[in-house]
Design a protein around this ligand. Structure first.
Ligand SMILES: NC(=O)c1ccc[n+]([C@@H]2O[C@H](COP(=O)([O-])OP(=O)(O)OC[C@H]3O[C@@H](n4cnc5c(N)ncnc54)[C@H](O)[C@@H]3O)[C@@H](O)[C@H]2O)c1
Length: 300
């Protein structure tokens, strides 16, 4: 148990982490400027919430045992590339400096977007294929982190496609699982790009929370956080139709994207297994059923 600083705690993954860490008995301080996140995600959170920008100097009291840095511009297609790079890199630099100064361990969110259309399964040491400012910002963060491995405990987590409770505030950039479930729940047909053969490694947020907590005790390094299993858009849509016992039929439409789109993502999970002791517990079908139950209960 300890005192933990959590940036981006009003966001999707951050709020799930906050709730779990609180249940475990930790004292949590959240810093979030509500750029994309919302306080509505923090119902039941009774720690401290500070509305502040992580790119600015932090005025915080006391020592933190660990810092979990989630705050970022998270929409990979956010129109202002300069702002994405500046916010994500200045925020990371500021938090890294704070962690170093106060001898706190640091766990931060990187992203599988850095692999682009590289060879699957993606290994942590393979060459990046960067086609968005967002992916560039995350890869640059990993490079900066790497330069500090010898001096402090710092762990970067390359999350794959995360889905689950508390993501609806994200709108368009929310997970594909979320959008397809919503379409089918609303009695519509799930809409995917022609011909549904694009592949993603979808991971349930409860697993991502567990991996992030395990990372607080891991050796410095960069680790993939995925399931290791790729699922096509078509299989995903069919799983959702089946889970909701619906008669909807898949509707295909032309993808607006060209080369700068990831066509196949799948994590190599061996390093996370040996270095974090992490293996996803939820398979896609179970995660979807659990999520549907939550969506039906909360109308989220
Ligand atoms: N959701 C995914 O599938 C996924 C995949 C790979 C990586 N990630 C990474 O995981 C982290 C969390 O993503 P998420 O899906 O929860 O997104 P999110 O948008 O829900 O959460 C991001 C949070 O950061 C806050 N924030 C943004 N800029 C800030 C600033 N300057 N100062 C303070 N707070 C700021 C937002 O208000 C929001 O609450 C991000 O770093 C993201 O890049 C997410």
């Amino acid at each position: 148990m300890g005192k933990i600083l959590l940036t981006g705690g009003a966001g999707f993954i951050g709020a799930n982490i906050a709730i779990k860490l609180q249940k475990m008995g930790n004292e949590i301080v959240i810093v979030d400027n509500l750029f994309s996140g919302t306080k509505k995600n923090l119902v039941g959170f009774d720690g401290q919430f500070i509305e502040a920008d992580v790119t600015k100097p932090l005025e915080l009291e006391g020592k933190f045992d660990a810092i979990i840095h989630q705050a970022a511009i998270t929409d990979a297609r956010f129109g202002n590339e300069e702002m994405t790079l500046k916010t994500n890199l200045d925020g990371f630099g500021n938090i890294l400096g704070f962690a170093k100064k106060h001898s706190s361990k640091l766990v931060y969110a990187s992203s599988a977007s850095i692999y682009g259309n590289g060879k699957v399964p993606f290994k942590e040491d393979q060459k990046p294929d960067l086609f968005s400012a967002y992916a560039k910002s995350k890869f640059e963060m990993d490079a900066i982190a790497g330069a500090h491995f010898g001096e402090m405990q710092i762990v970067g987590l390359r999350y794959f496609n995360v889905f689950g409770p508390l993501e609806s505030h994200k709108g368009r950039p929310a997970s594909m699982v979320y959008h397809l479930i919503k379409q089918v729940m609303d009695g519509k047909n799930p809409r995917i790009f022609k011909w549904g053969e694009q592949i993603r490694d979808h991971i349930y947020v409860k697993d991502v929370v567990d991996a992030t907590i395990l990372a607080m005790d891991a050796k410095s390094g960069i680790y993939n956080v995925g399931t290791g299993i790729g699922t096509s858009f078509k299989d995903l849509a069919n799983t959702i139709i089946k889970s909701l016992k619906s008669n909807s039929k898949i509707e295909y439409f032309d993808s607006p994207y060209g080369k700068d789109y990831q066509y196949n993502t799948q994590a190599d999970i061996s390093k996370a297994r040996s270095g974090l002791g992490f293996k996803a517990k939820w398979n896609l079908e179970e995660g979807i059923l659990d999520y549907i139950k939550w969506l039906e209960k909360t109308k989220g």
